[in-house]
Design a protein. Sequence first.
Length: 65
Amino acid sequence: MNLRELRESKGLSRSKLARILDIDAMTIYNVEKGKRPQLRTARVLANFFGISIEELLKGAEHKQE
């Protein structure tokens, strides 16, 4: 599952998730489009969604292919 699917499964917009996690909405957009996030951002996102950083990055890798 990629970040967009995870976010939408919780009924969150990018801007709402950005406010909750104190992350720039453009960063979330970039991760959803396949860009690898910085480690701090990856940790915050993975913790919020209850997944490992590896799972988060795997979803990003599938977007790039």
